[in-house]
Design a protein around this ligand. Structure first.
Ligand code: ACM
Ligand code: ZN
Length: 713
């Protein structure tokens, strides 16, 4: 009877990435026999590099591959075939990768990533047949690799002083790097190290100021974005430094390719540097339709790097800016600003790795409504968008250059990743979609099938205690956690991909068994709704709390309190939140006509010199609403008060961007008062002098937000 049940049971097949060919046969290999695995390396069996055949019968498992990587990948597939009872379904699989380069990228520079975290992702992603890790090791905000010849890179450049005076940083010793490289190699992952030049190098310049054009003292950057100071390509000593660094890098990393960065280099200092200009003259570089003389100077610097790498038997890879001013002959291009750079490079016969942010390859983007998701750098990249990406552009197929697309990579930049679990949340499950587009033949891709297989992969993450994104219920349009109504309210919910939604209205935390959301909910009394998605395997995602407030309209302001225009005041100093503003001495600011001018009381300077004057300012005005009704307010300023009531407080957030505190009120027709508070500071690396401090208002039934306007009497 037991045997019969086993025979009749249907196998659950959840392989990521989907293999090229799979036939499922009747029957299972019993758990007791699953150690019968025979592996053969056969160079003459016509099996592609990294490919394999995997045959599971009732007797045992046979794996054939042409290399050790193929054996390793067959074993990963085998592990994913294991059923809950430990048996393995009988299958015949023939499999090989679509791309030779299947990469993920991590950025330990903006926020550090301990060795154990690096290994964790290597271990997870190797099991999904990812074979490259691009390790972004140097940045404006921190240098992370020990270089013995330049000890200040780790003593000084690895650390930055944040706005609040705390010191942040870290680095990998050469011993740690060797250990990680070996760990990755055991899992058939090659680590491609990135040493950034000539931009994104402020941390190195802090340690060794002679690397810049002016030699001035600088700080390791503590905000995101790009400073104006770059390495000086006019000086030979810059290239001697880079050569020395690369000499140690190649001892640590066996990778054929070394990434030299090359992106987002500001060249304005070069225009005024006698040495840079002398080099431009000596090389006969002129500005023309192909680029400016300074762009060509960058191209020269990249060419020098290619020479240095060639000396050590290595090849150059860089971001697509290395195309500007002419591409070095042997370079491989990583196309990040869309596919344009990659297409151009491939047309010219260069190899290319596709990693376009616009097409889903940036895992630092939002995965749902910014009003409910944790802070990110912006943009919008759902799991489905990642999955939909095809790294080979049609135009390259048409002209026979598709073979230059060597592979695909997704990047997880860490500006807004403040913890290890946040990194996990951003990477998974999107990295599973990356694994499939990197390995699986396009004809075998199938979103509906993938969506189900992702659940199995996520359950494996649960076993390891790794966080991942589960959609948070959103409202159509913009989500809002503070809704208001007078008689009756409705709440509509959805998710970025189909998942069951549950909710409670009694203040309790939702569970998988809570009421299931089926249709818009109606309310006649003030209610706190707690809602979450529940996956097909019963896991409850992050809980969202929505306050639905029944309220009488806030009365208008008495006429004797009305005033024209904007009343503004400021106080100078470093403040973290509105709590720090209690008891401050304020002075009036004249002539402010718009709330958005709160950010203009000091000039914006990306370099944040020591002379920067930090301040807080607030602006008050009266405004009119024409009809009694529900008004929604939104602002990226630190705080918003309507009729004296604090409704938005962004000032306690870790980073003040993309406010998640939109708030509805019911207002009586007539004149009301608003106040916006702005604190110029840097929290979580964000210089919020770039914020918009308007108070935006959404009127009843109106699809468009309006900026709140002061009355003129
Ligand atoms: C990049 O995102 N700056 C390569
Ligand atoms: Zn210079």
């Amino acid at each position: 009877m037991k045997l019969l049940l086993t025979l009749l049971a249907t196998a659950v097949i959840n392989i990521i990435p989907e293999p090229a060919q799979i036939q499922v046969h009747n029957g299972f290999l019993k758990k007791s026999r699953t150690d019968r695995v025979q592996c053969t390396i056969d160079h003459d069996a016509g099996i592609a590099p990294e490919g394999y055949t995997l045959s599971v019968t009732r007797k045992g498992v046979k794996i054939v591959a042409s290399d050790n990587a193929g054996i390793f990948y067959a074993k990963q597939t085998l592990a994913q075939l294991v059923q809950p009872d430990g048996s393995i379904p009988c299958v015949e699989i023939k499999d090989w990768p679509r791309f030779a380069y299947r990469g993920f990228h991590v950025d330990p520079c903006r926020h550090f990533m301990p060795v154990e975290e690096v290994k964790k992702h290597i271990d997870i992603l190797a099991s999904y047949k990812i074979n490259r890790m691009h390790w972004h090791l140097t940045e404006d905000q921190g240098w992370r690799i020990e270089i013995k010849k330049y000890p200040k890179l780790t003593e000084v450049a690895a650390w930055r002083t944040e706005f609040d005076g705390s010191v942040y940083g870290g680095y990998y010793t050469q011993e740690e790097i060797k250990d990680v490289v070996a760990y990755a190699a055991e899992r058939f992952i090659t680590i491609v190290p990135e040493i950034e030049m000539p931009g994104h190098a402020i941390s190195a310049i802090r340690a060794y100021p002679w690397l810049s054009c002016t030699g001035e003292e600088v700080k390791t950057f503590y905000t995101w974005g790009t400073p104006d100071i770059s390495l000086c390509p006019g000086k030979e000593s810059t290239f001697e430094f880079l050569d020395d660094v690369i000499a140690e890098v190649v001892q640590l990393f066996p990778s054929e390719y070394i990434h030299i960065g090359g992106d987002e280099c500001r060249k304005n200092r070069w225009e005024h540097c006698p040495l840079c200009q002398a080099r431009i003259k000596e090389l006969g570089l002129v500005s023309d339709e192909k680029g400016t003389a300074e762009e060509k100077l960058q191209s020269y610097a990249v060419g020098r790097m290619e020479g240095i790498l060639a000396k050590y038997g290595r090849k150059l890879i860089g971001w697509d800016e290395i195309l500007e001013g002419g591409l070095t002959p042997g370079a491989t291009v990583m196309s990040w600003r869309g596919e344009k750079g990659g297409i151009k490079a491939a047309e010219d016969g260069h190899d290319v790795i596709m990693t376009p942010g616009t097409d889903g390859m940036y895992f630092d983007h939002f995965q749902g409504d910014p009003k409910v998701e944790p802070h990110t750098i912006g943009h919008y990249t759902t799991l489905e968008k990642v999955y939909a990406y095809d790294p080979v552009p049609e135009v390259l197929k048409k002209i026979g250059k598709a073979h230059h697309v060597q592979g695909v990579q997704a990047n997880t930049w860490s500006e807004y990743i403040y913890s290890d679990s946040q990194r996990d949340y951003m990477m998974y499950p999107r990295a599973f979609a990356l694994a499939e587009i990197a390995w699986t033949q396009p004809a075998r891709k199938n979103w509906e099938s993938f969506r189900k297989r992702v659940d199995a992969a996520c359950q494996k993450l649960d076993e390891r205690g790794v966080t991942y994104h589960i959609p948070i219920p959103e409202q159509p349009g913009n989500s809002c956690d503070n809704l208001a109504f007078t008689d009756k309210a409705t709440l509509e919910l959805k998710t970025t991909r189909p998942e069951k939604i549950v909710y409670t209205t009694d203040g309790s935390e939702p569970t998988a068994e809570s009421a299931e959301y089926q249709k818009p909910l109606s309310f006649t009394e003030s209610t706190v709704v707690k809602t979450a998605s529940v996956t097909a395997y019963g896991k409850v995602g992050p809980v969202r709390t929505i306050h639905i407030n029944r309220m009488a309209p806030l009365p208008v302001v008495p006429e004797n309190e009305w005033f024209s225009g904007i009343k503004a005041r400021r106080t100078d100093g470093k403040f973290l939140s509105i709590d720090d503003l209690q008891g401050r001495e304020w002075r009036e600011v004249d002539g402010m006509s718009r709330l958005r001018d709160l950010v203009t009381l000091e000039p914006y300077d990306r370099n944040l010199p020591d002379s920067t004057r930090f301040y807080a300012a607030e602006a008050e005005c009266c405004f009119i609403v024409k009809q009694t009704g529900v008004y929604r307010f939104s602002s990226d300023s630190d705080a918003v008060y309507i009729d004296g009531k604090l409704i938005i407080d962004n000032s306690h957030e870790q980073v003040k961007r993309y406010s998640r505190y939109d708030h509805e009120l019911v207002l009586e027709a007539g004149v009301h008062k608003a106040k916006a508070v702005f604190i110029f500071n840097v929290k979580g690396g964000w210089n919020n002098l770039r914020n918009k401090t308007d108070i935006m208002m959404l009127r009843p039934g109106d699809p468009e937000w309006h900026s709140l306007k002061a009355i003129e009497l």
